[in-house]
Design a protein around this ligand. Sequence first.
Ligand SMILES: [Zn+2]
Length: 296
Amino acid sequence: MRAFTPFTQLLALCALAASAAAADYTGPLFDAHLHYNEEAWNGQAGPHPLEDVLARMQRNGVRAIVANSRPNDGTRSLASSPQVRQAGVTVVPFVRLYRSRADYDNWYRDPAIYEMVETELARGTASGPYRGIGEFHLYDSANANGPIARKLMALADDKGLAVLAHVDDAAIDLLMANTGSRGQKTRLIWAHTGIGGAPVARVDQLFARYPLLMGELSYRPGLTCEGGTLCPEWRALLVKYPGRFMVGSDTWVNQRWQYYDDTMKGYRTWLGELPPALARRIAWDNAADLFGVKAP
Ligand SMILES: [Zn+2]
């Protein structure tokens, strides 16, 4: 029997290598952080007209999107497009808080932004009412207590609107404190789940504290390790909170449209390492459940 041992070991090694290189996730994707900004289409054409961005979604199996844009015209053009509807891509529109880049660092104290949000909410889109507010940024978490930031969080909580927030972990607590439910009913999607790389233990603490806090995973530092595979502590967090994470493209500049295929391929790679039911939840179900989008 000894003569067979090396061969048996080789077989065992081959089996191990095959299981390590798991197949990519092949189901539908919900892009929960998409921008269709002015520079992408210039109000009508631009480098990424509607047909271009739709083709990118279609060839990557993206069947629903959270759409927001600076200004909001890009979102409305996606929401009213017959091609998008015919392609079976569901648009979940959010009101962006920025008319131009100057608003990035002033929205939280500018009453004109609150008025714009009220006007947009009243107006709605061809794909139905707006379902959320954002993405907004807070480069200094203390500005979560700015007068307009407070009013918008209270409004979102009252109306059951989701909020897409690019903020640090300290700002999550501050924003939640400014809602009527103290964050217990607040549908806050944490863009990048903290782009500054809040430690996993801190993310875990916030997820435990706020039951409807969701984590969007683009640009998240520490999520993937060598070869685009999941880092162990992040894998454990995804397993611990199967209903709380989602993926997004964050097409904040045109380069992100150019690399849209790579972004989605990257997601499919690490999603493929997870048990299929969990992969599907992060890829699709969690966002679809949040907005009541039917399975494609
Ligand atoms: Zn973004």
